[in-house]
Design a protein around this ligand. Structure first.
Ligand code: HEM
Length: 481
């Protein structure tokens, strides 16, 4: 591998190689600080395909979104799962799934993802609606009249965390809400702030109390506890059943798998919900259009909104909320920084387009970094501006976006691509729609004066939706009409 660093050993068709990055794990985090700036700078210098030696790996970045389809298509030579099975187990604390120990488990886990989609979406969406309404009623709809103020991130994340938890894992043995949700969320946030270090494979014993916190989080999901919960989603029920079929999985391993799903289901959803809400509240005109759209969809089905009663938005109704969906997509465009990673399974020639291929070696990582596409002024005019209707055209979802005069197949990729695409994406969009709808229907909302748009905290660059670097103060009161 050292050979590649020496010019005479390079193969002629290999992409330009950027060195000077000592193969040391800490450098990966430095990269994370300004991945977008770093990649744009190198694109200007080396063109749209180049290799960076980073954290002891060779990563080839494909910077031109017109080339994405050919990368996403080459699933046979470019595998995703080898990467997850190395990284996820050390991050969440369960034994690797691939290999001979847990025969068939990998495929079973993959199949369980279907329970988040298709026909299964309807019961999930219905359950989420009830849980959101429950948390809203008990925590926020109890007092009429006066303005109340709070942190917007805190507000969005406390409601979404609990309602999502109830929907996915179910209700406690007694009562309708789990005790200790705030503590659980606080521990979750502590773990989440260490997440980039764990993913970068920094040993957990170097990360202060992270291991103890993770153990505590995992212990929440021990089988003897979970078996007492009711209304558990089919998704989690199926996973519990299949874990029982594997004698070699210890109870803490099963719990760690369930904990990983907690991260997957709220780690990105909470910041995504914040950004969608923030941008709408920061643009009263946009908020007005979206609120009216929700009222109209209800009215079309003969429902006059009445704040004293619970609102029900079905999956079909949510599907009709085009401006809300566009607002959510627009905020995902502005806040997502996930990296799509594939590992080369053999030495081969990676076909980029009709007349271009590059040489790739076994073990090389091929990476797409869609943030650079999301912020490309040629594709999205004034890319830093939130335009709530950017994804609407003639009353329907807009899907044509162009680069170099060619229509892009992939123009919005917060959920990844191809074989590694997020199985929870439909549920995620629905639950954000439900949350924002309730907020707009029940409350008047304002940002407190004198606050700038929060910057993106880039410590999670490459891993998903970025958090705001600080919370935003806002006011809300029950709408009187
Ligand atoms: C995987 C994004 C919400 C479950 C992923 C990946 C992305 C992503 C980018 C792929 C990771 C990669 O390619 O390395 C998001 C975003 C969300 C969201 C932006 C919210 C806005 C959810 C929800 C659930 C979920 C609500 C479950 C209820 C999963 C699971 C995987 C995954 C299980 C792993 C899939 C696999 O191993 O093949 N998500 N996600 N996600 N997501 Fe999501």
């Amino acid at each position: 591998e050292e050979a590649r660093l020496c010019l005479c050993c390079r193969k002629p068709d290999e992409p330009p190689l950027i060195k000077g990055w000592i193969p040391f794990i800490g450098k990966a985090l430095e990269f994370g600080k300004d991945a977008h700036g770093f990649l744009e700078k190198h694109k200007r210098k080396y063109g749209d395909v180049f290799t960076v030696q980073i954290a002891g790996k060779y990563m080839t970045f494909i910077m031109n979104p017109l080339l994405y389809p050919s990368i996403i298509k080459q699933g046979r030579q470019l595998d995703f799962h080898e990467f997850t099975d190395k990284v996820a187990p050390v991050t969440f604390g369960y034994p690797p799934v691939l290999g001979n120990t847990f025969h068939g488990l990998w495929e079973q886990i993959k199949r369980s993802f279907q329970l988040l989609q298709g026909d299964h979406l309807e019961p999930l969406t219905e359950s989420m609606m009830g849980n959101l309404m429950l948390v809203f009623r008990q925590d926020h709809l109890d007092r009429a009249g006066d303005w109340r103020s709070g942190g917007l991130y805190e507000f969005c994340s406390s409601v979404m965390f609990e309602a999502t938890f109830l929907t996915i894992y179910g209700k406690p043995a007694s009562g309708v809400r789990h005790r200790g949700m705030d503590d659980l969320r606080r521990d979750f946030n502590k773990f989440d702030s260490m997440f980039p270090f764990l993913i970068a494979q920094i040993p957990i014993w170097l990360l202060g109390r992270t291991k103890a916190i993770r153990q505590k989080l995992i212990s929440y999901f021990l089988p003897q506890k979970m078996s007492r919960w009711s209304n558990t989603s089919q998704f989690i029920q199926r996973r519990s059943e299949l874990f029982e079929q594997h004698d070699k999985l210890k109870d803490v391993d099963k719990a760690a798998h369930h904990f990983a799903i907690l991260w997957a289901s709220v780690g990105n959803t909470l910041p995504a919900t914040f950004w969608a809400t923030y941008f709408l509240v920061s643009q009263p005109q946009a908020l007005k259009v979206v609120r009216q759209e929700i009222l109209d969809v209800l009215r079309d089905d003969g429902v006059e909104f009445d704040a004293s009663r619970d609102v029900l938005l079905s999956k079909e109704q949510l599907d009709k909320l085009i401006f809300l969906e566009s607002s959510i997509n627009e905020s995902l465009r502005l806040s997502s920084a996930s990296m799509n990673i594939r590992v080369a399974q053999e030495d081969f020639s990676l076909r980029l387009d009709n007349d271009r291929s590059v040489g790739v070696r076994k073990g090389d990582v091929i990476a797409l970094y869609p943030q650079s596409l999301h912020l490309d002024p040629e594709i999205y005019e004034e890319p830093q501006t939130f335009r709530f209707d950017r994804f609407v055209q003639d009353g329907r979802e807009k899907t044509d976006f162009f680069k170099d005069g060619q229509k892009l197949r992939y123009y919005l990729m917060p959920f990844g691509s191809g074989s590694s695409m997020c199985p929870g994406r439909y549920f995620a969009i629905n639950e954000i729609k439900q949350f924002v709808s309730l907020l707009l229907l029940y409350f008047d909302l304002q940002l407190e004066d004198g606050q700038n748009r929060p910057r993106l905290d880039s410590s999670r660059a490459g891993l998903g939706i970025l958090l705001p670097s600080s919370d935003v103060r806002f006011r809300y009161r029950l709408r009187a009409d």
